[in-house]
Ligand binder design. Sequence first.
Ligand code: NI
Length: 150
Amino acid sequence: MSDLSRFGVSAEEELLQNFDRMIAGQGYANRSEALRDLMRDALVKSKLEDAPETGRVLGSLTLVYDHHASDLNDKMNSLQHEYFNSIASVLHVHISQDDCLEVIVLRGEISQVRALADALLSLKGVKHGKLFVTLPAQEIVEPKKSAPKN
Ligand code: NI
């Protein structure tokens, strides 16, 4: 880990009490780790919003779907082959007679990752799903890249 810096934060008593209650409920041992996680999350969001169409990302797409839905398995299979470059791994679990849960681990260009997620999430028969996107750990704390100069 890089060198640690300490800083003081002022906050209203009520805000702090609520924050402490929340992070204790989430299992944090102290405020520092909770704050570091919030900072990393904010940095990832900011960097992804600044460069929405370029750059490599990591992520996962979780889908719940009814495998009886017509042609759904074929369509999902075709899309995953079309975007094979962005898929690192797939986990499939049969969660009931009808439903399947799939977790697709993604690693690739953000535009490709988002296109695949949108295409899968919008298929008929997909009941619920969510894309999670993050950056390689070292890129979270890197300074923002400035625009290239000519
Ligand atoms: Ni299944």
